[in-house]
Design a protein around this ligand. Structure first.
Ligand code: GLV
Ligand code: MN
Ligand code: MN
Length: 421
């Protein structure tokens, strides 16, 4: 069985999907780049979802949605009562992102199904394409919202406490988007799916650097994130004398450097820590900052080592607070375990790679993905394709049409193997 992947079609669809975007920020997009901003449940996201549904309907897939907006496109197998095989990813995009993160897994999943249909393949287990809601943390501050709820990792009560920047609740925005069932109904039981496999761009430089075609993901790093608030004392930038200042931004600078130092101190390449957001209050040229809010993102494939970094950062916050007479508080947003991939799926992906004569290597994923939370309910694995320079979350993110087509063929063959097990 040779799934005939239509490379032009998937590229056309990736380009069309990229048009459902807020305008690029000034200067964000250089010639040849495509900047995409698509925040969950905004008008652009809803338009993109409607467009995707049309493409899946044309492929004869049936559609189901859940309370959080996860959407399931099903190709019925010859034994529909067996747990299905699932694939998929996300289409939301952080501000000024590129056009491949997540979308390759969704449109690649759809193309894989169409390629299998076109080859006359009849799956024993049904095959479902899943569009996950809000893999990116942009709107509600927490990543993988849809798969977390589906995997039972985020309780209904915790989800209901989430607020966006306009103080809207998840219930408000999901019901405005047409998803009104009780949130608790979105949790799926263990065993609902037989296997889940996600195609994604690597978002790192290894495959390209090593001249490899495919990464076979064996584990996904453990992410943690929190919000650090530094409360100092504001005042007039001219009149407030230096010795008595409690400048919240100066204190925040020490915290940021401590975050970097804590990650570097492990000596492990797999430890990463980032402060990506810094909100300064009141934010005036001639006012000493009284309050700063920082975002903190720490990840490691080794959970204990990640937790040690978090506790080193906490100690540094306490030392800075004491030294600068500031109040520093930390609110944990998520602290997740890593996930291991299923040897059975890894073998299926490897067999698919061999039949395509693709050069592959097993590797870990340092980025998180919806697979991390699907691992709570079924065996998972991921297929990575190279991306230029390892660049992601930027408008110059790029994967070649050949890589996308090869990844899609390997996904199709993997789904075919798994659906017959
Ligand atoms: C996903 O976008 C991540 O931040 O790993
Ligand atoms: Mn992303
Ligand atoms: Mn992604």
């Amino acid at each position: 069985m040779t799934p005939l992947v239509n490379s032009d079609r998937i590229l056309d669809e990736l380009r069309t999907l990229a048009t459902f975007s807020e305008p690029a920020a000034e200067g964000a997009e250089k010639p040849g780049d495509t900047a995409v901003t698509r925040i969950v449940f905004t008008e652009r996201d809803r338009e993109a979802r409607a467009w995707l549904a049309e493409q899946t309907e044309a492929a004869g897939l049936t559609i189901r949605t859940d309370a959080v907006g996860n959407t399931f496109f099903r190709w019925q197998g010859s034994e529909p009562d067996l747990p299905a095989i699932a694939t998929g990813s996300h289409i939301d995009a952080i501000p000024n992102a590129g056009m491949y993160d997540g979308t390759v897994g969704v449109l690649g999943g759809l193309e894989a199904i169409r390629a299998l249909q076109g080859s006359g393949f009849v799956p024993k287990r049904s095959i479902e394409l899943i569009l996950f809601t809000s893999e990116e943390p942009t709107r509600f501050g927490i990543g993988c919202l849809g798969s977390r709820v589906m995997g039972g990792v985020l309780s209904t009560q915790s989800a209901e406490r989430l607020r966006d920047k306009d103080d809207k609740t998840i219930d408000e925005v999901r019901s405005a988007a047409g998803f009104r069932a009780p949130l608790a109904d979105a949790k799926l039981p263990r065993g609902h799916y037989a296997h889940f496999v996600e195609l994604h761009i690597e978002q790192g430089p290894i495959l390209e650097r090593e001249g490899l075609d495919i990464g076979i993901v064996t584990a996904i790093a453990a992410p943690a994130s929190s919000r650090i608030t530094i409360q100092g004392e504001g005042g007039h930038a001219g009149a407030m004398l230096m010795p008595i200042r409690k400048d919240a931004l100066a204190a925040a600078s020490e915290v940021i450097l401590a975050v970097e130092a804590a990650a570097l101190a492990t000596g492990a390449i797999d430890t990463v820590a980032t402060v990506g957001m810094c909100d300064v209050f009141p934010g005036a040229v001639n006012s000493v900052p009284s309050r700063v809010r920082l975002s903190l993102d720490v990840r490691d494939i080794d959970e204990a080592r990640r937790d040690k970094v978090l506790s080193d950062i906490q100690q540094a916050c306490e030392a800075t607070a004491a030294k600068r007479h500031a109040i520093i508080t930390t609110e944990v947003i998520n602290s997740d375990a890593p996930a291991s991939c299923s040897p059975q799926i890894l073998d299926a992906i490897e067999a698919a790679c061999n039949s395509e004569h693709a050069k592959s290597q097993r590797m870990v994923s340092r980025a998180y993905h919806d697979s991390l939370f699907m691992a709570r309910i079924c065996p998972i694995a991921m297929i990575f394709i190279p991306c230029r320079g390892g660049v992601s979350h930027r408008p110059d993110e790029f994967s070649t049409p050949e890589s996308i087509a090869l990844g899609t063929r390997i996904l199709a063959k993997t789904l075919a193997i798994l659906s017959g097990l």
